[in-house]
Design a protein around this ligand. Structure first.
Ligand code: NAD
Ligand code: AKB
Length: 315
């Protein structure tokens, strides 16, 4: 990786990934793109408005920047995708096809984040194996699974260096999450700081996998830098760091905000999505093939979140 283009750079992941890539590879080497402007993008380094579903625009941006690697983050997430499935299909599939075609023509490596959303109720729940029955029940999951297969196809057929991770829910401060089922695990911290209480849209004991954003960013970069000869499961690797329920994270939050209160107003759509996803994934393939190792557990995540939120990172 020497010259990098990031799509969907203004979102929850991109707002962390772009500064990390600029630190490692140089500010001018990383072109951030998004369909919309976000608060900080222009001042922090090169930024361009690019609709990732527009193959011509993606191709021109890659060519002008002379990118050798694309981190393709533009997507519609699970909860928004259930509200508008056709939008999710259009954005997630058209943008991926555009990026892969450009990568084939201009010989770029491509990172595409997949998700625990690729699994469905017929997948073993604890743990969901790396190679599992995959019958996702959301449009988001359908696009993510189709995306994994398309990335495998471009690697096998055209030798495009495609790599991906099945991210779990991601906890971070900074840019807010973009409309997923796991957003509660970010909202809860902000509400704890601001109001001392949170009303959760999932039930108290709904367990899912999570990861703190610094681990997620490190995982993406380590995977892209890994020896390709070792990668069997390119698209995409199960990765996880911790399993959380709303009740267990509330207990962690009470270490920092002793009077914190949580109540529940379950949203049947997002609860249905969460119930169709695994309680835990088996990430041993990532550990074996490129040395994946998380650094943050629930306690250290909560500690770091509160340190940064107390410095004014509440949105
Ligand atoms: P996000 O919703 O926060 O950000 C997505 C960004 O894509 C936004 O800035 C949006 O403006 C942009 N975008 C939307 N349509 C676009 C288009 N047509 N062209 C260009 N940009 C467009 O999402 P995120 O959390 O940063 O997720 C990034 C990727 O990681 C997605 O593929 C998502 O499925 C995946 N992922 C995220 C999580 C998570 O918990 N955040 C977990 C698993 C997988
Ligand atoms: C979502 O909830 O949609 C995302 C994801 C786990 O893919 N955070």
């Amino acid at each position: 990786m020497k010259r990098i283009l990031v799509t969907g750079a203004g979102g929850q992941i991109g707002s962390w990934l772009v500064p990390r890539l600029r630190d490692a590879y140089g500010v001018s080497k990383v072109l951030a793109t998004d369909v919309r402007h976000s608060g900080s993008d222009a001042s922090d380094g090169p930024f361009q408005v690019v609709d990732a579903t527009d193959a011509k625009a993606v191709g021109q941006a890659v060519m002008r920047h002379r990118a050798d690697t694309v981190f393709h983050l533009a997507a519609i997430l699970s909860a928004v995708g259930e509200r508008d499935p056709r939008l999710a299909w259009h954005v997630n599939m058209s943008s991926l096809e555009a990026v892969l075609e450009v990568a084939r023509e201009q010989k770029c490596a491509v990172f595409v984040p997949s998700s625990i959303g690729v699994f469905g109720s017929s997948t073993p729940k604890d743990p969901a194996p790396q190679d599992a029955i995959m019958r996702p029940e959301t449009m988001y999951g359908v696009t993510k699974l189709a995306g994994e297969l398309l990335c495998d196809y471009y690697h096998a057929r055209y030798d495009v260096d495609t790599r991906g991770l099945r991210f779990p829910g991601l906890v971070s401060y900074g840019a807010p999450p973009g409309g997923g089922t796991t957003d509660w695990a970010v909202e809860i911290f902000h509400k704890a700081v601001r109001n001392g209480r949170y009303t959760c849209f999932l039930g108290a004991d709904t367990q899912l996998d999570f990861m703190y954003m610094p681990d997620a960013i490190r995982a993406a970069v380590e995977l892209m830098e890994a020896d390709p000869g070792r990668l069997v499961h390119r698209n995409a690797f199960n990765v996880t760091a911790m399993q959380l329920t709303p009740a267990s994270l509330a207990a962690e939050i009470r270490v920092h905000v002793p009077d914190f209160a949580i109540d529940y107003a379950v949203d049947p759509v997002r609860q249905g999505i969460a119930d169709s996803w695994p309680d835990r994934v088996d990430d041993s393939a990532a550990r074996e093939e490129w040395g994946w190792q998380p650094a943050y557990d629930a306690a250290s995540t909560a500690r770091d979140m509160f340190e940064h939120l107390s410095e004014g990172a509440v949105v």
